[in-house]
Design a protein around this ligand. Structure first.
Ligand SMILES: C[S@@+](CC[C@H](N)C(=O)[O-])C[C@H]1O[C@@H](n2cnc3c(N)ncnc32)[C@H](O)[C@@H]1O
Length: 260
């Protein structure tokens, strides 16, 4: 699917929105990735679609070197400032796309990607590229916003409102789809899980971070406040008395290994 706005355009516009509040909504996903990565002091890590650099900054103290890659120069400016403020000297950032990683084969011990793959034009191509740049025995760790397996109504409802809020959204995939992507690229899948973030996301704040116009924002609000019962259950949607609401988007988390 071709998105209505490129990720580069979307994230150059919205870069300052990817702040500590946004990161707090996604803390359990980051903890999951850090725990499964088993990063060693000699490891070299690639953080694909690094955005404002939260994941790269979390990995840097554990690794020899980390490279954060992204298509958006606006997001990379935020990431560089975050790394500078943290005093990290083993973390660098480069411009590039997940579907054509600008690195030679077997360059990395770990490839990580958090909350970004739903923007990729081709996740199978990203998985193939991650496989190529990992050394034998290297690990791919992904977490992303996801749909529950086996619920096409919730899937269609959720992806529709995501595109309205952020026209660079392509698709949230299910855990079964993620397993298939990793297997097709040649990985051994170690774990695929649904992770429920403990923090609750505020609807109005989440919509504002997408930067859509007021007509689209009103439609996203309506879709959430009139969500089908399966979606209310799956995402624990709770309206507030002031007209706002809170919810917990489902995350898929994948750990996979390139064979030795
Ligand atoms: C929500 S941010 C990522 C957050 C970051 N991974 C973290 O853990 O804090 C999504 C990022 O994906 C980037 N992106 C989208 N499509 C991309 C692609 N095909 N290749 C590389 N980066 C991409 C966007 O520019 C944006 O910075």
């Amino acid at each position: 699917m071709i998105p209505a706005r490129t990720s580069r355009e979307q994230f150059d516009r919205q870069a300052p929105q990817y702040n500590a509040e946004w990161n707090a909504w996604n803390g359990d996903s980051l903890a999951w990735l850090l725990a499964r990565a088993r990063c060693q002091p000699a490891h070299t890590v690639l953080d694909v679609a690094t955005g404002a650099g939260f994941t790269a900054v979390a990995f840097a103290p554990l690794a020899a070197a980390v490279i954060g890659l992204d298509v958006s120069t606006g997001m990379l400016a935020e990431a560089r400032e975050r790394a500078r403020a943290a005093g990290l000297v083993n973390l660098t950032f480069e411009t590039g796309a997940a579907e054509s990683l600008p690195f030679p084969p077997a360059r990395f011990d770990i490839v990580v990607c958090r909350l970004a793959a739903h923007h990729f034009l081709s996740v199978p191509q990203f998985a193939a590229e991650a496989y190529r740049v990992l050394r034998p025995g290297g690990r791919l760790l992904v977490s992303d916003t996801a749909e529950p397996d086996g619920d096409p109504e919730v899937d269609a409802w959720h992806n529709r409102l995501e595109v309205l809020r952020d026209p660079s959204h392509v698709r949230n995939y299910t855990p079964a789809e993620w397993r298939a992507f990793a297997l097709a690229a040649g990985f051994i899948v170690e774990e695929v899980e649904q992770v429920c973030e403990s923090g609750r996301i505020g609807m109005n704040s989440w919509i504002a971070k997408g930067g859509c116009d007021e007509a689209a924002a009103a439609e996203v609000r309506r879709l959430i406040l009139e969500a089908p019962p399966e979606a209310v259950r799956a995402f624990s949607i709770a309206p507030s008395p002031d007209g706002d609401a809170t919810f917990q988007w489902v995350r898929v988390a994948l750990s996979a290994r390139k064979p030795d």
